[in-house]
Design a binder for this molecule. Structure first.
Ligand code: CMC
Length: 428
């Protein structure tokens, strides 16, 4: 197999014999690295058929609806492990023993506080600032607190940065929320689980401790787990590209946060809820489904469709279950959730969505769960960013640990002017 080659010919002349490389699963790749020497670049805007790196972290088969982290299927992880165990697996490549898990949990728990000086950063924001803006800025600022740990070529320092980021993201995220509603920041509690602690920092106030429901904590943990990593998506690729220049981990994660913010990526769960609010009532569902199908209307059903999953999103399957569990447990009656369920039904039965293989994705259900828990809509993407931090940092660490790692530098098909005569401003 190592010798199998793809021959590229132009006008009958072979210009390159390109090696075909095999992974352990998924599509083989054609190694085009020498093609530039033959005077050609490949052209793939949007990376529809480009493998940008070699990775051992996450495998996706979009046609079969498979998602595995380090070889472990996502539904087993979501149902049988907790988020910190999944973090350990993503970072270390294997499931931990009980001792390894306890040690890891201890390390993360002991890094949850942030430097008091970091608190001042929040006061520079207007109270109505989007919490993603705060997250982006404050995470980038973390690099100024850890000068001694910024040698990206030292594996132990990279791992310490990973632990710090996983531990501090919930604290920073909850601070962004508290700041935006004018409540005092709530410090982390080490006797709680990762999910419980986040809910505590979000909803406790000095006058009253928030009582965490086990169903809600489990749903929160599942949301974290189901968003932990997703191969080379836009934000992970952004983190890798930023990291390839040698930038520090906090700056790279801030770049990931920025990339995640958009409605086609992490912003979809927020956009989905905004859309449900716009639809407002059951009698308008058909009108919006028609809008989504209308080619001349840019409107899309947010929370539907996926670049890679063209059959079903395996994360959505688990999330759907959890969603119904949470709604039942909390006995929530919300007209918006009725609209969501009606939309799910119509879209699953509508020929347009069936033909285009557009199914509810993970963020359709996570948005509904988060709303039911009482998390404000503008925090949805922040929670996605918190959960995905482990994936980003695992990919960053993997890339920097690989021999011969190069700065990411794509080329282009240039279609602009050339060789224009420049006329000085005074003569124009
Ligand atoms: N509603 C209506 N039509 C849609 C939708 C939608 N949500 N998504 C795709 N289509 C149509 C699209 O108009 C196109 O039709 P045609 O072939 O006739 O031109 C066709 O389906 C293919 O769409 P595409 O934009 O070429 O597909 P893509 O793979 O580039 O986009 C996507 C994937 C996720 C950006 C897109 O489906 C979308 O915008 N969905 C809504 C946003 C969303 O929910 N994003 C979250 C993704 S899951 C979280 C994550 O991993 O970040």
């Amino acid at each position: 197999m190592a010798d199998l080659k793809a021959s590229l010919s132009i006008d009958g002349n072979v210009i390159a014999d390109l090696p075909i490389l095999k992974g352990s699963a998924g599509n083989d790749v054609i190694d085009i690295r020498t093609l530039g020497g033959a005077g050609y670049f490949t052209y793939d805007p949007g990376f529809l058929a480009t493998a940008s790196c070699e990775s051992k972290i996450t495998f996706i088969d979009g046609d079969k609806g498979i998602l595995q982290h380090r070889g472990y299927p996502i539904d087993s992880l979501a149902k049988q492990a907790d988020y910190l165990e999944v973090c350990y697996i993503l970072l270390n490549g294997h499931a931990p023993t009980k001792t390894q898990y306890d040690e890891f949990k201890n390390i993360i728990t002991n890094h949850t506080m942030v430097h008091e000086k970091l608190v001042h950063f929040f006061h520079g924001f207007l109270p109505d600032a989007h919490p993603m803006a705060m997250l982006c800025g404050v995470v980038g600022a973390l690099s100024s607190f850890y000068h001694s740990d910024l040698d990206i070529h030292a594996a132990d320092q990279r791992m310490r940065s990973a632990h710090r980021l996983i531990a501090k993201m919930p604290t920073i995220a909850a601070m962004a929320y508290k700041y935006s509603i004018g409540q005092p920041f709530v410090y982390p509690r080490n006797d709680l689980t990762y999910a419980e602690n986040f809910l505590h920092m979000m909803f406790s106030v000095p006058a009253e401790e928030y009582k965490v429901s086990p169903v809600v904590a489990r749903a929160m943990d599942r949301i974290f787990t189901l968003h932990a990593d997703h191969e080379q998506n836009a934000s992970t690729s952004t983190v890798r590209l930023a990291g390839s220049s040698g930038a520090n981990p906090y700056a790279c994660i801030a770049a990931g946060v920025a990339s995640l913010w958009g409605p086609a990526h992490g912003g979809a769960n927020e956009a989905c809820l905004t859309m449900l609010e716009e639809i407002g009532s059951l009698d308008r569902v058909d009108e919006y489904v028609a809008k989504a199908k209308d080619k001349s209307d840019p409107f899309r059903l947010m929370g539907f469709g996926h670049r890679v999953y063209k059959n079903f999103d395996p994360r959505a399957t688990v999330m759907r279950e959890t969603c119904h569990e949470v709604l039942k447990e909390l006995g929530i009656k919300d007209p918006l959730l009725d609209v969501a369920m009606a939309l799910e039904k119509v879209a699953l039965e509508d020929q347009y969505f069936i033909e285009k293989k557009l199914y509810p994705n993970v963020d359709f259900y996570s948005g509904i769960i988060l709303k039911a828990i009482g998390i404000p809509t503008n925090m949805f993407t922040v929670i996605f960013a918190m959960s995905r931090t482990v994936g980003w940092i695992a990919h960053w660490d993997e890339m920097l640990g690989q021999a011969g790692q190069k700065i990411g530098r794509p080329r282009q098909k240039y279609t602009g002017e050339i060789n224009r005569k420049f006329v000085p401003l005074s003569d124009r």
